[in-house]
Design a protein around this ligand. Structure first.
Ligand code: SAM
Length: 236
């Protein structure tokens, strides 16, 4: 942003994002992954284009979407353990995307595809109505300072987007190690009663499903002594 621009110029009024893009360096293996594996497993962002999910995966199995997969190791593990589902991961951090591409190759996965873009824009513009069987949001950035709470990705707006893209009976699964954020998630999701029901009962966290492998950020939280909360909601 040009500091000499007036405060209300269009570039200053751009959307508040849930991430700050730190590009980071790619390893040479990740560079190769973008060159060789992206054409096969990557999904290019195109504004306003709706993704044809059965065409993307070559079948019409149920689709699981993971938002903000980090280095993607737990996502790759879940996709390997559940080949009857199709898996789509979205992440903005390039080294994380490169890392997941390498995991796809290492594990020989055919049921996982990757996007590198803002998940909110993808949900808004690219995912068809009632097309997702499950959505996963594991350890989203907690933005602990009050002035940054507006950057938290789980918001009433996101819940509205989820209610459009998820099929009835589908599951939204969130997990966090930041208790004030967990409480806020409960409040937001429990009040979306027209669209979602808390599988653990109102105001309650769910037992951690065995199918969720530990993630990198979860392990960091645990080292810091944080309690981990899982939230599971069924789309009505
Ligand atoms: C705290 S990390 C957690 C990563 C991983 N889920 C884990 O548990 O190890 C949150 C991740 O979400 C990604 N992220 C944040 N907002 C996003 C958005 N709007 N679209 C896609 N990815 C996003 C960040 O780049 C970051 O890698």
């Amino acid at each position: 942003m040009n500091p000499s621009e007036p405060p209300h110029s269009p570039s200053r009024l751009r959307a508040i994002r849930s991430f700050v893009l730190r590009e980071g360096r790619l390893t040479s293996a990740q560079e190769r992954a973008f060159a060789e594996l992206w054409p096969r497993f990557g999904v290019d962002w195109q504004a306003g284009r709706t993704i044809d999910l059965p065409a993307l995966f070559g079948n019409d199995r149920p689709v699981v979407l993971e938002i903000g997969f980090g280095n993607g190791e737990s996502l790759a593990q879940m996709a390997e353990q559940d080949p009857e589902r199709n898996w789509l991961g979205i992440e903005v951090h390039r080294p994380g995307v490169g890392h997941l591409l390498l995991e796809i190759e290492r594990l020989g996965l055919t049921n996982l595809r990757v996007m590198r873009h803002d998940a909110i824009e993808v949900l808004t513009q690219s995912i068809p109505d009632a097309s997702l069987d499950r959505v996963q949001l594991f350890f989203p950035d907690p933005w602990p300072k009050r002035k940054h709470h507006k950057r938290r990705i789980l918001s009433p707006r996101m819940v509205q987007l989820l209610s459009r893209v998820m099929r009835p009976g589908g599951i939204f699964h969130a997990a966090t190690d930041w208790e004030p954020y967990a409480e806020q998630m409960l409040e937001i999701l429990d009040s979306a009663q027209d669209s979602f029901v808390n599988t653990a009962g109102p105001g309650r966290y769910a037992p951690r499903p065995e199918s969720r492998p530990p993630t990198k950020f979860e392990q960091r939280g645990e080292r810091l002594g944080h309690r981990v909360c899982d939230l599971l909601y069924r789309r009505l």
